[in-house]
Write a protein that binds this ligand. Structure first.
Ligand code: PLP
Length: 353
């Protein structure tokens, strides 16, 4: 794999760690590759970060041919930088590409492109506790036509954004509203693909929840509006009577890498964990009789996000007295210790760049 590197002649000043939010600041360079049906992927290049020129007829604008990934580079105590399970993101992006009839991007090239780009912009990987470099690979359909058709031309891009600690005041339990009107996805649709359109469709419910003072919505399945699926843009887990229960991947749920990693940690530690259907009635029952002990969302951005309050049809339930649970904290500590290289990675999940 050959990548042509053009360095910026106007490097930006590195930001103060305290000013980092999420996804507002971008590094000096980006990776770009082009695809055409006749040539395949070609012209791998790293160029200065900046605006892109695409046709106004580009299919991504009109028909939502866009998929993306999200992962992080972490600065360890010895000053080195490591990635967390990047091959999983490469594989998932290709499953998303398959669903949206977009081209497959070679998995080794995906990891090498990230590694090369992060190495070049390595100074941008922050080192304060909880900070990291967020990596956003994405692919757009780039055919210049208003005809609806599988993608013949595409562009794959990777941009980098240093991000601050998700938890400035420690792990803070959030309030969640169970959404009973809009749905995020249906089986056979695009719920298990990481595509931009899923986010566009979820904004209305998210906005409604925010206006009512809740931080996220909990999605129910799109057919019966009965089974728990995800919370906001995270997977969700519950500790009920000592067992961890998480919705099984039925086709409308995004298969999170954090979710997968937590399940692997729980199994290794001998914790009972079940991937199964979980109805909102069962959950309401467990909340009412106190057998719901803990609840949390999980995803790359927050790692683990404790849930302190759940609201369903105007009935408010408090989880674990609104405090972070013991297992929630343990999972956060275990996973972040591996990611930031504070504990030995016995799973082989990290990749030093
Ligand atoms: C990305 C994403 C997740 C979490 O996936 P991770 O790989 O753990 O970051 C969960 N749900 C949705 C809808 C997502 O887009």
């Amino acid at each position: 794999m050959e990548i042509k590197i053009t360095r910026t002649d106007a490097p930006k000043a590195l930001p103060e760690s305290s000013t980092l939010g999420f996804g507002k600041i971008f590094t000096d360079h980006m990776f770009v590759a082009d695809y055409s049906k006749s040539e395949g992927w070609h012209d791998y290049r790293i160029i200065p970060y900046g605006n892109m020129s695409v046709s106004p007829a580009c299919t991504a604008f009109h028909y939502g041919t866009e998929i993306f990934e999200g992962l992080k580079a972490y600065r360890t105590a010895d000053g080195s930088v490591q990635l967390f399970r990047p091959l999983e993101n490469a594989r998932r992006m290709n499953r998303s590409a398959d669903r949206l009839c977009m081209p497959q991007f070679p998995e080794e090239d995906f990891v090498e492109a990230i590694t090369t780009l992060v190495k070049l912009d390595e100074a941008w990987v922050p080192s304060d506790p909880g900070t990291s470099l967020y990596i956003r690979p994405f692919m757009i359909g780039n055919d210049e036509t208003l005809g609806v058709h599988a993608v013949d031309h595409a562009t794959f891009v990777i941009i980098l954004s240093p991000v601050g600690s998700y938890y400035k005041e420690g792990l803070n339990p959030v309030s969640i509203m169970i959404e009973d009107q809009d749905v995020r996805a249906v089986r056979g649709g695009t719920g298990e693909a990481k595509c931009g359109g899923n986010y566009a469709a979820s904004n209305r419910a998210g906005d409604r929840a925010e206006k009512k003072g809740y931080s996220q919505v909990l999605w129910l399945d799109g057919v019966e509006r009965k089974y728990i699926e995800e919370v906001g843009a995270m997977n969700v887990m519950f500790k009920i009577n000592g067992t961890v229960v998480t919705p099984k991947l039925t086709g409308s749920i995004l298969p999170g890498i954090t979710r997968k990693s937590i399940i692997e940690i729980l199994k290794k530690e001998g914790y009972p964990v079940e991937e199964r259907l979980l109805s909102v009635e069962e959950l309401a029952g467990a909340m009412a009789d106190g057998s719901l002990e803990e609840a949390w969302g999980c995803g790359t951005a927050a790692v683990v996000s404790p849930i302190g309050e759940l609201v369903y049809k105007d009935q408010v339930y408090t989880v674990n007295e609104g405090k972070i649970g013991e297992l929630t904290q343990h999972l956060y500590d275990t996973l972040t210790a591996i990611q930031w290289g504070k504990s030995e990675d016995t799973f082989g999940w990290t990749l030093k760049i």
